[in-house]
Design a protein around this ligand. Structure first.
Ligand code: ADP
Length: 680
């Protein structure tokens, strides 16, 4: 049931008084039949039709009103489909004594027309005291409003279908389907223009028609009868069609077609075609306008879809670029991290923007966040190689930020644990497009080994020119003396002993020197064997017996020691070095004791110790005793020695998997201990 403004219109137009007037007036029939509103008057309760005008007759399908003869019984003249609508309407109006309204659709299919919609109202009219009364039936054709309403609904449904998650194909199919139904076309399709080919691709159709191909190629836009070459829509029927269109229409058995371009931002992107078969048919303007509205929405949807696709493509491209950049950055970082050189970069304000692992290790810091250049000394003291401190202004990063050259500058870095490294600094500036400095990069190379080798080289030169010459001078002096005292056997023996001793020192020094080089270059290799330690020590002592000091030597070897697993040549070097030192740094006839026993702390090792009662070593010098080239201040006075013996002993003991250490009290003497592994 419908009750809206339309029924009120009827009422305002025709009051009961007016109807009575019309009924009783002389020209009543003429007036009534000219009314656009259907009017029928029923006398109740018998449903006797007193009169009906021609509009009413048209509504119920009677062509003329006089076929509805006055005083006829209503149910006899009323077609059946209307009986079910109007009789209940009248009954309800009489019963409620109120006006009742209903909207009835009548299919126009059987008459080849479109559907009609009628708004019907029944107004009971009481007849004073008498039992009889009237019912006035008023009807109004609201087909036009209904069609408009339906189209509006179709358009709004179309508008919301995209937001309901329709795909573009579904949306277009929905659009052309709705358009086809709304404008009573026999077929409706949408095409998209492929500018490159050029061709039209059918992207949607109302119902499949085998006669319309899905892809149409053509030489120029004018060839395709879809109106895409103009921005205006047009209806073309057979009589106005050009030869090509006529052929096309004829081939599909159509009378005419409505063509509407699909436009986005003033550019045709395709077209919509609605085909009509009914001969002589011309679609009304409102149908064309409706089709244009649908086409507009389809074009909008296509444009939105293209924009979304473009956005997707851009997004994917951006993601790909981001992925590539990330991969490149990761590669770069991996490369930087694997570099032996330290790399640190600063921005133009001196903030650290990048460091690699080698840099952090060299500077002994964790990953710095953003620190101002001043802090980038990282608590490390820089020194020039001659020992002079480097001022803040002269710090490599400060120099670079001032755009001063930084090429192959060598500085020494001291660490909190007392160690040091020699670092070579190189730097460069990165400039932006305007030539302004945007960042500064410092490359640090650890050249400590090179530096030390250079120092060693200098030492060796010094050694050869001075230290090795000292025992040689002694040998020469003693030999000359022997020549002079050849007839005095005691003096000869004394000088001969001096020669042997100096030659032995020289031999040790040469061995120390070559071993030190081997250790330095990592070329020392052990030739291990299993042998008896007690016998080995006795044999060594036997070999030393020609030296005068050996009279001071005492042995104390634990019986039944298991055999050791060691390189006998290297073990003799250790024993010789330590024993020679014991003789060298003790005087007179003080005893030198060599002991060998099981090591209490580790029963798979032998403990060997060499004790003297000589000058001992000052407490503050003890930590340096095994360092290369190190000699106690007192020892430096003596000519023999290079400070290599203990360093070599330590390296050799550790190469065997043992340990070496010393107990010493200045003025009382020293004991050097070392361990050697037992075999098995
Ligand atoms: P050098 O050739 O000077 O003896 P070493 O490496 O053998 O070199 O010894 C390093 C320094 O350790 C010596 O210069 C000396 O000062 C000290 N030293 C070594 N052994 C003893 C010892 N038995 N008594 C006192 N000082 C010693």
């Amino acid at each position: 049931m419908v009750s809206d403004g339309s029924s009120a219109d009827i009422e305002s137009k025709l009051s009961a008084e007016e109807i009575r007037y019309m009924l009783h007036g002389s020209d009543s029939e003429l007036v009534l039949n000219s009314l656009p509103v259907g009017v029928a008057l029923l006398r109740m309760p018998g449903y006797i039709l007193e009169m009906a005008n021609s509009t009413f007759a048209r509504m119920i399908g009677e062509v003329k009103s006089h076929s509805l003869a006055p005083e006829s019984r209503f149910e006899e003249v009323l077609p059946k489909q209307w009986m079910n609508v109007i009789i209940p309407l009248v009954d309800r109006a009489i019963e409620t004594k109120n006006r009742v309204t209903v909207c009835k659709a009548r299919s126009g299919a059987e008459e080849g027309g479109s559907d009609a919609y009628w708004l019907i109202a029944c107004q009971p009219v009481p007849n004073g005291a008498s039992n009889t009364h009237h019912a006035i039936i008023l009807s109004q054709d609201v087909s036009e409003q209904s069609v408009l309403l339906k189209r509006l609904k179709a358009l709004s449904a179309l508008g919301s279908s995209l937001s309901r998650g329709y795909s573009l194909d579904e949306f277009l199919a929905d659009g052309v389907g709705k358009c086809s139904a709304a404008i009573s076309a026999d077929y409706c399709a949408a095409f998209l223009l492929d500018q490159d080919t050029p061709r039209l691709l059918r992207v949607a159709e109302s119902k499949p028609l085998c006669w319309l191909p899905s892809e149409i190629t053509f030489d120029s836009p004018e060839e395709w009868p879809c109106g895409i070459e103009t921005s205006a829509s047009a209806y073309v029927s057979l009589p106005q069609a050009n030869a090509r269109e006529a052929r096309w229409l004829g081939s599909i058995g159509a009378y005419g077609y409505l063509r509407i371009p699909l436009m986005t931002v003033g550019r045709p992107i395709g077209g919509m075609a609605a085909v009509f078969k009914k001969i002589g048919y011309v679609p009304p303007q409102e149908d064309i306008e409706f089709a244009e509205l649908v086409a507009e929405r389809c074009a909008m949807a296509i444009a939105a879809n293209a924009a979304i696709a473009e956005y997707g493509r851009l997004l994917a491209a951006e993601q790909e670029a981001h992925r590539a950049a990330t991969a490149k950055a990761a590669q770069m970082e991996a490369l930087l991290e694997s570099l032996e050189c330290g790399v640190v970069a600063y921005d133009r304000n001196g903030y650290v923007i990048l460091t690699n692992r080698a840099c952090e290790e060299m500077l002994d810091v964790g990953k710095p966040q953003s620190r101002y250049g001043d802090d980038i000394a990282f608590g490390i003291t820089l020194e020039k190689l001659d020992g002079e401190a480097v001022s803040l202004k002269e710090m490599p990063y400060c120099k670079l930020l001032r755009e001063a050259a930084l090429a192959d500058q060598h500085y020494m870095m001291h660490y909190t644990d007392g160690s040091y490294r020699v670092i070579s600094f190189n730097g460069g500036i990165v400039r932006d497009a305007k030539g302004q400095m945007s960042s500064a990069i410092i490359i640090m190379r650890d050249i400590t080994r090179m530096y030390e080798m250079e120092k060693t080289r200098e030492e060796v030169i010094r050694l050869i020119s001075h230290d090795l010459r000292s025992p040689l001078t002694l040998i020469l002096a003693r030999a000359q003396m022997m020549e002079r005292v050849a007839d005095k056997p005691d003096a000869v023996r004394k000088n001969a002993m001096g020669i042997v001793l100096s030659a032995r020192y020289m031999n040790i020094m040469i061995s120390d020197l070559s071993d030190s080089f081997r250790i330095q270059s990592g070329k020392i290799t052990l030739k291990r064997q299993v042998f008896d330690l007690a016998k080995f020590i006795s044999d060594c002592v036997e070999r030393w017996l020609d030296a005068p000091e050996t009279t001071r030597l005492k042995l104390d070897i634990e019986p039944n020691l298991p055999p050791v697993y060691a390189d006998p040549v290297r073990l003799e070097r250790i024993l010789t070095n330590l024993t020679t030192n014991a003789f060298k740094y003790s005087t007179g006839d003080s005893e030198v004791l060599v002991e060998a026993a099981r090591y209490q702390d580790s029963d798979d090792q032998a403990l060997i110790s060499i004790t003297d009662h000589g000058q001992g070593i000052a407490e503050d010098e003890l930590p340096h005793i095994f360092e290369r080239y190190w000699r106690a201040s007192e020892a430096r006075e003596r000519s023999e020695g290079m400070g290599l013996g203990l360093y070599i002993c330590k390296e050799l003991v550790e190469a065997h998997g043992g340990r070496i250490w010393v107990h010493s009290v200045q003025g009382q003497g020293s004991t050097f201990f070392f361990t050697v592994p037992f075999a098995g």
